[in-house]
Design a protein around this ligand. Structure first.
Ligand code: ADP
Length: 185
């Protein structure tokens, strides 16, 4: 599924984010920045040790990365030249500012991409794996936040959501269709 928002091409695809050739891919990291399971593990495995070296440096300089914030490293051996590491919230039932923190993770990643003059960025479905965020709610926050940012800022030129499974891709597609319909009404 593909559409244009302001000047940006927004695409939803099913796949493995480590294979994307956008300028940056976003990692659903944890605050420790030293790797983990899920998409984090896949990115470090595919990108090689230079990503972890840069993460260690960042950690040594500024400590652990707070939830909702983002930092950037090299893409190492990935096709993407950069990895933007952000930390989504752990789902705790919905009353611990999870929605705002998840929106912040997307927004801060996009801000960093724009400040680095990157023209294309790929996102995974942040927080919906090990962190347990319900996919329907997370998809709505992800897509509202990203489309809102693109409407206001007009960049980056291309944003791709790379959804790992077909059911998750379907939820994102239905959510985006609903949001676009609401925009028209
Ligand atoms: P979190 O800890 O933020 O929940 P996870 O990595 O556990 O992060 O899961 C986030 C999402 O990323 C899940 O939907 C998971 O299926 C997906 N995922 C796992 N590996 C990949 C990959 N290689 N490419 C894209 N998405 C992935």
């Amino acid at each position: 599924m593909e559409l244009t928002i302001n000047k940006t091409r927004l695409t939803l695809v099913q796949g493995d984010i480590t294979r994307q050739d956008t300028d940056a891919i976003v990692n659903a990291a944890n605050s420790g920045l030293l790797g983990g399971g899920g998409v984090d593990g896949a990115i470090h495995r595919a990108g090689g040790p230079t990503i972890l070296e840069e993460c260690r440096k960042i950690r040594a300089e500024r400590g652990s990365l707070p939830t909702g914030q983002a930092v950037i490293t090299t893409g190492g051996n990935l096709k993407a030249r950069h990895v933007i590491h952000t930390v989504g919230p752990v789902w705790q039932g919905g009353h611990s500012e999870e929605a705002e923190l998840l929106a912040s993770a997307y927004r801060e990643s996009l801000k960093l991409a724009v400040s680095m003059r990157l023209s294309s960025v790929s996102f995974p479905s942040i927080s919906t794996g090990a962190y347990g965020y319900p996919v329907i709610e997370a998809a709505e926050i992800a897509l509202k936040t990203v489309t809102g940012f693109l409407r206001r800022e007009g960049s980056p030129e291309e944003v791709v959501f790379v959804l790992f499974s077909e059911p998750v891709q379907r939820v994102y597609e239905q959510t985006l269709q609903k949001l676009m319909q609401e925009m028209k009404d």
